[in-house]
Design a protein around this ligand. Structure first.
Ligand code: NAD
Ligand code: MG
Length: 387
């Protein structure tokens, strides 16, 4: 039996992880769950799964959570609480599914405490890839991808040697604005951006999918997970989201993983690997799909993808800055303070001002992230005419 701590149990990935656990009670036991602030969901999950520890990040909600479930389980709050959940001795595997850089500190502590990681929180590797992967190696733990593209690559690599790989090909749906013109993109709204054609996800990643920053972050995530250079990672727009990604080998053979768009598969595979377990529901029937199409991404319309490649070439601090600026800019966009195309404008301005630092410590990563967020807000306030 696997004993899990699920960080971000109330989010899109967290809730689907609960479904996987629910369908495989004999395989999994939940030891800890955490959320930012959603007490109703946390309370329901405590009552259903009886974890040993429940954590709410927002400390102002601690007393209320304690009142609701304190008789059933241990309750904690804040960053200390997240770290306690990430390192709880009863768990052997941590599902890292907090959104944004907020997932970095607990994931780091989980790695240092020799927990295996099922990783959804891509921002952890975008900002801390070098550090996290080296600590994972030192601690002899595995980091298995939950992100569907990386799961597809992991599955496609199979037992092949790293020296046999020649290219990773990440597929991208293209998001809701794939067919819009550059001129139209200046006027798209928040609700247009939140309307993803194929996937139902949290708001931040849905906006990232509309700007293609999600694919950019995934390129950086792939660089660290599979230890390959940026030049060996390609992006191919595939609007049907049936091929979840591909690997090209040195002999020219391309192996892909296909399936209907459903995150339960990569979540479950990260938890049952190397075994596969059945999943109920509709299966892929290519005869019903009919046509699979492919396009080159348009980086003039979606500069965020190019910004992510630029950051990889510039170094670790550039990746942290792009990630931090993106989080701050997406937050402004979600609050309808800036337009859609202001997101890449703000990130570009932050990237231009950043100073290169490679191999940062955890503290340095957090400092650079905060610098990038602060600068993004300052730029927004100074140049409000961008909005
Ligand atoms: P979400 O917004 O639906 O959920 C985020 C979870 O994190 C919630 O439980 C929330 O309470 C918690 N949280 C948010 N801010 C927090 C903070 N400051 N401190 C502690 N907890 C906090 O997000 P999601 O769509 O589930 O995405 C989670 C991660 O998984 C992201 O990194 C995303 O890129 C990645 N991912 C998601 C999907 C998907 O289908 N949703 C697919 C691939 C990768
Ligand atoms: Mg993905």
């Amino acid at each position: 039996m696997k004993r899990l701590s699920v960080l971000g149990s109330t989010g899109s990935i967290g809730l689907q992880t609960m479904e996987v656990v629910r369908s495989n009670r004999e395989l999994f036991r939940l030891e800890a769950i955490t959320a930012n602030s959603s007490l109703d969901l946390l309370e329901q999950q405590v009552k259903e799964f009886r974890p040993k520890l429940v954590v709410v990040f927002d400390e102002s909600k601690y007393a209320e959570l304690k009142r609701r479930v304190g008789g059933i389980t241990e309750v904690a709050a804040g960053v200390e609480g997240l770290i306690a959940a990430a390192t709880i001795s009863e768990a052997d595997t941590v599902v890292s599914s907090i959104v944004g850089i907020a997932g970095l500190i607990p994931t780091y502590h989980a790695v240092m405490n020799k927990k295996n990681i099922a990783l959804a929180n891509k921002e952890t590797l975008v900002a801390g890839g070098r550090l996290i992967m080296s600590k994972a190696k030192e601690n002899h733990i595995s980091i298995l991808p939950v992100d569907s593209e990386h799961s597809a690559i992991f599955q496609s690599i199979g037992s092949n040697k790293k020296s046999e790989l020649s290219k990773l090909i990440l597929t991208a749906s293209g998001g809701p604005f794939r067919t819009r013109t550059l001129e139209e993109l200046q006027h798209v709204t928040l609700s247009d951006a939140l309307n993803h054609p194929n996937w139902k996800m949290g708001k931040k990643i849905t906006v990232d999918s509309a700007t293609l920053m999600n694919k950019g972050l995934e390129v950086i995530e792939a660089r660290w997970l599979f230890d390959v250079n940026a030049e060996d990672i390609d992006v191919c727009v595939h609007p049907q989201s049936i091929i979840h990604s591909m690997v090209e080998f040195v002999d020219g053979s391309v192996i892909a993983q296909l399936g209907l768009p459903d995150m339960k598969l990569p979540i479950q595979y990260a938890l049952t690997y190397p075994e596969r377990m059945p999943i109920a529901g509709e299966k892929l029937d290519l005869r019903k799909i009919g046509t699979l199409t492919f396009e080159k991404p348009d980086t003039a319309k979606f500069p965020c993808l190019k910004l992510a490649y630029d950051a990889l070439h510039l170094g670790d601090s550039a990746c942290i800055s792009v990630n931090g600026a993106n989080e701050a800019a997406v937050e402004l966009f979600l609050n309808e303070k800036i337009g859609f195309m202001d997101i890449p404008r703000l990130i570009t301005a932050v990237l231009e001002k950043h100073e290169t630092l490679n191999n940062p410590t955890l503290e340095e990563i957090i400092e650079i992230d905060q610098w990038a967020r602060k600068l993004t807000l300052e730029l927004y306030e100074k140049r409000c005419n961008i909005c």
